[in-house]
Design a protein around this ligand. Structure first.
Ligand SMILES: [Zn+2]
Length: 111
């Protein structure tokens, strides 16, 4: 069987934001409140949202999965902001050249 063709790079949808812009959007929206809550309690909220995502995945409910993915991402950037981590920078530093172990796209590591 032929290997699937690589997808062309996705064009940015109108109104789309980068990961860094999304982190900034969430920071501008909630940062004062999130700072008062502190890193540990924000992390607890994040894990709660991951649990809700697990439930949506179990149900195979695409709309619910989409809603929970948004919540998980928002809480992920929140705890990152409080910890002083730039999510886009961190993600690209680790995965920007493909698999961090074999440096290939797609990953060529043994299964
Ligand atoms: Zn690999």
């Amino acid at each position: 069987m032929a290997a699937p063709k690589a997808r062309p790079p996705r064009r940015r949808a109108r109104g789309a934001v980068t990961i860094a812009e999304f982190q900034d959007l969430i920071r501008r929206t909630y940062h004062a409140r999130d700072l008062r809550r502190g890193l540990d309690r924000n992390y607890l909220w994040f894990t709660e949202e991951v649990g809700e995502l697990a439930e949506a995945v179990r149900k195979r409910d695409r709309a619910e999965i989409a809603a929970e993915v948004a919540d998980v991402l928002a809480w992920l950037v929140t705890i990152s902001s409080i910890a002083g981590v730039d999510v886009e920078e961190a993600a690209l530093a680790k995965y920007g050249r493909g698999c961090p172990r074999c440096r290939s796209i797609p990953c060529a590591c043994p299964p």
